[in-house]
Design a protein around this ligand. Structure first.
Ligand SMILES: [Zn+2]
Ligand SMILES: [Zn+2]
Length: 74
């Protein structure tokens, strides 16, 4: 593989949701907030995606890609 997206990269697709209760940023894949355990609803996820789309123009397009490079141990 030549290019890969970092697990924490949210440049190419939304990966984070901000907890409405405590403001903690969690992964969209999590079922509940890491800090306060508040479950994320579909509305929270939709809002996170909307927010992500709204901020899309401010992102740098190439930031998420790791260039082809020899990696130790792989
Ligand atoms: Zn929370
Ligand atoms: Zn990416």
């Amino acid at each position: 593989m030549a290019y890969g997206c970092r697990p924490t990269c949210d440049n190419c697709r939304p990966k984070y949701v901000r907890c409405p209760a405590c403001g903690e940023r969690s992964f969209l894949t999590l079922k509940a907030c890491r800090r306060c355990k508040r479950p994320f609803t579909q509305l929270d996820r939709d809002e996170a995606v909307r927010q992500w789309e709204a901020e899309a123009p401010t992102r740098t397009s190439s930031a998420c890609f790791t260039p082809r490079a020899p990696r130790e141990g792989s």
